[in-house]
Design a protein around this ligand. Structure first.
Ligand SMILES: [Zn+2]
Length: 136
């Protein structure tokens, strides 16, 4: 009986440690989520960067109707970009991987749409021209 009790205690302690660990991970995730959300609320200006140069800035919160335009790289490559209220996407492109087309809609995510073959990037930056708007 005493042996059984001992085993029980060890299990109990292990469980407590696991819970503390899980709680710690949860707390870190929460903090990360809060930071992430703060980034979200900064603004929704889509920046179209080609060859490291911003070619167009669109305030997605001010878009009222869908708009489509084409960005060309001057070497025969093009990306058709569609803008809708609050979101932007590459709807067509003649790059070889078409990763940019498959990305889908970019709204408030901080992960930019990349078209590596065309050196094109679409990202969301803050509308207030804060540190986020400063390029790398
Ligand atoms: Zn592409």
């Amino acid at each position: 009986m005493t042996e059984n009790g001992g085993k029980h205690e060890t299990n109990g302690r292990l469980k407590t440690r696991t819970w503390i660990l899980l709680f710690g991970v949860f707390a870190v995730l929460c903090a990360a989520a809060i930071l992430w959300m703060n980034g979200f609320s900064k603004g929704s200006v889509a920046e179209i960067v080609q060859n490291g140069v911003t070619v167009r800035r669109i305030d997605l919160s001010r878009v009222t109707a869908a708009e489509t335009f084409t960005v060309e790289d001057g070497e025969g490559g093009y990306n058709v970009i569609t803008v809708e209220p609050g979101r932007i996407a590459v709807s067509d492109a003649n790059c070889r991987d078409r990763v940019c087309v498959h990305y889908g809609w970019l709204s408030k995510s901080r992960i930019p749409i990349l078209c590596i073959p065309h050196k094109l990037m679409i990202r969301i930056s803050g509308s207030d021209g804060g540190p986020d708007a400063v390029s790398y």
